[in-house]
Design a protein around this ligand. Structure first.
Ligand SMILES: Nc1nc2c(ncn2[C@@H]2O[C@H](COP(=O)(O)OP(=O)(O)O)[C@@H](O)[C@H]2O)c(=O)[nH]1
Ligand SMILES: Nc1ncnc2c1ncn2[C@@H]1O[C@H](COP(=O)(O)OP(=O)(O)O)[C@@H](O)[C@H]1O
Length: 308
């Protein structure tokens, strides 16, 4: 057999390709909007090889899920042993079984709360946004960290931090009672007590951790379901203004923190969601939306919705 398709067939084929692409986009939007579950899409693909669902690539399907940015999608693909170019309908039997099990596990944990990590450079407003959420959403547990730094005037033990000496902090580590911990700004140690977080999640309450980059990485490793949010300043100049405006650090300390901030900003791609803190209540609302336990694993706003 030689020669291409006749003109009319080629035109028809190209119309069909456009229609198929539109149909796949509609499937993705339905998952992103929570109208369909990803598991339902996959099952449809496997029942009907000619369906739009079947033609969807696996990363597109996963990327429509809430809290799954490109970095997390790549991790999940590796975990499931699925190449990035694979279409849902083209998966082998074992790959289908692994994807089905993974999607089912995601959908079957609505009784559990969601763990969201809020990180970002110094003075971007992590404390301010977390404080806003504490005040307006008492249903969310804002984890209280343990630290070896001295209390500042007005700080209350057990409210702002659990203030410990080095021996007390060592003891928590030895008893494996910290979900993560890190030495921050080369000064004090900070860590997240594990028991309150696990109890809250098990009871269906969502938990917000406001921790540094090293801690965020540890949480990702320990709790792969956690959603990692990176808070961004509207601009570098505004970040510098906020740090100086806060007036809680000496000029030398400010310079040191800005150095760290540059390194931290470079790590933003490791995060699932980017939220720009231009307006506190709006940024807080974006974080709260991510804390809401998904019904069926769909995400209300994606990475594309947060400015990059
Ligand atoms: N890894 C980790 N970092 C934390 C924890 N608690 C606070 N941090 C981080 O430690 C830093 C706090 O230092 P600082 O800016 O002096 O402000 P503070 O929040 O008033 O102590 C921030 O970067 C926090 O995100 C924690 O439990 N674990
Ligand atoms: N959206 C915002 N617009 C203007 N200023 C802000 C905003 N968010 C926080 N700030 C201010 O920026 C400074 C740093 O905020 P803070 O919450 O202490 O940062 P972080 O906890 O990230 O170090 C504070 O003076 C705070 O009032």
């Amino acid at each position: 057999m030689t020669g291409g398709m006749p003109e009319v067939d080629r035109a028809a084929a190209s119309r069909a390709a456009v229609a198929a692409r539109r149909a796949r986009a509609a499937v993705k939007s339905a998952v992103a909007a929570g109208e369909r579950t990803a598991l339902d899409v996959a099952e449809t693909a496997w029942r009907d090889p000619a369906s739009a669902e079947s033609g969807l690539r696996v990363p597109e399907l996963l990327g429509s899920l809430r809290g799954l940015g490109p970095a997390r999608v790549a991790e999940v693909l590796t975990l499931l042993g699925i190449a990035p170019g694979k279409r849902v309908g083209g998966l082998g039997r074992h790959q289908r079984a692994r994807l089905r099990e993974w999607l089912r596990a995601r959908e079957e944990t609505p009784g559990r709360g969601r763990l969201v990590v809020l990180a970002g450079p110094t003075a971007v407003g992590k404390g301010t946004v977390a404080g806003y959420i504490r005040a307006h959403h008492p249903d969310v547990l804002l984890s209280v960290s343990a630290t070896t730094r001295a209390p500042r005037p007005g700080e209350v033990d057990g409210v702002h931090y659990y203030f410990l000496d080095d021996a007390g902090f060592d003891d928590l580590i030895a008893r494996d009672e910290l979900l993560e911990w890190a030495q921050v700004h080369s000064a004090a140690r900070y860590g997240t007590p594990r028991p309150p977080v696990e109890a809250a999640l098990a009871s269906g309450r969502s938990v917000l951790l406001e921790i540094d980059l090293q801690g965020a990485r540890q949480v990702r490793a320990a709790m792969p379901d956690a959603v990692l949010v990176f808070l961004l300043p509207p601009s570098w100049e505004e970040l510098v203004r906020r740090l100086i405006g806060r007036g809680t650090e000496t000029p030398e300390e400010q310079a040191r923190r800005l150095e760290t901030a540059r390194v931290e900003l470079a790590a933003q791609d490791e995060f699932d969601e980017l939220v720009v803190n231009d307006d506190v209540s709006r940024a807080a609302q974006e974080v709260v939306d991510l804390l809401a336990v998904p019904s069926g694993g769909a995400r209300p706003s994606g990475r594309a919705g947060s400015a990059r």
